[in-house]
Design a protein around this ligand. Sequence first.
Ligand code: DAH
Length: 341
Amino acid sequence: MTDKIQDLLHRVEAFAPRTAAEIEEFRIRILGRKGELNALMEEFKSVAPELKRELGQQINHLKSAALERINALKGELEERQSASAASVGDMTRPGSAGQSGSRHPISLVKNQIVEIFSRLGYTVAEGPEIEDDWHVFSALNFPPEHPARDMQDTFFIGKNPDVLLRTHTSSIQVRTMEHQRPPIRVICPGRVFRNEAISYRAHCIFHQIEGLYIDRNVSFADMKQSILYFAKELFGESSTIRMRPSYFPFTEPSAEVDVSCNLCGGKGCNVCKGTGWLEIMGCGMVDPNVLEANGIDSKEYSGFAFGMGVERIAMLKYGVKDLRLYFENDVRFLHQFDSAL
Ligand code: DAH
């Protein structure tokens, strides 16, 4: 009988349950009414009187050891469960949705413009923001005394007048012509810098997108159709354009492009200042001087170029009245574009 008691004691000590149900099952098997301990008590009744004392003590010890072990195991299990519940959190609480980021409206509009022109076969070209006089002015036929070279417009870096921040993305035209022969069809997005006072309609840093198309027999009509296609894709099928004569040193003839106001449908409203038209870009036939300055034979090739301000297009497209909002990055402003394309 001693062996039986010792065996049970060992099993009690080695018992390693994983669940409360396992503990309960074990308890019933050992301490229950029909359990192993009671069976031992039954057997105890018929042992020889001289052994009763010794065996009685052993059984009592077994009983209290079993009780103690079961209670300790229960406590341990409860502790483990509440610790893991705390780390997971209260699974019955309502969830809180995490906020995801959204694209900046300038990026949205830039991507859209690039995408429209890529459908016409244009590829993206880029250039440096820190430039020299040649790429920003001289190669683009700016006369030496042109006011855009003036300190008032251009940010120069240090004392060297040949190291400056580009004032327009037209510099990428020059860089493209340097290492590419016609046919050339590029769309050039980029950040530009001008020494302007910051207001609701101007900033010293903004974004432009330049386009350049050079091939044999490229005409003004090709330019007009390309820009009309672009305007309809960006502002809607019912949009129309008009061109007004203008001047840029790097194009001849040059024009300013207006798109019909998409808010009032051309009737006149406060956004188009009653005119029914919104100015969206400058354009023109690439001046032969520019082609020649960049080693392209102007008798064989012709081309057109255009340039637009991304902030301005985004303002017109989304009805944003203050350009500074694009730079402040107030999330209340940015989140309004969450669902935009
Ligand atoms: N570079 C001009 C600007 O910054 C925009 C522009 C006008 C670009 C006419 C062109 C163009 O390529 O043909 O105001």
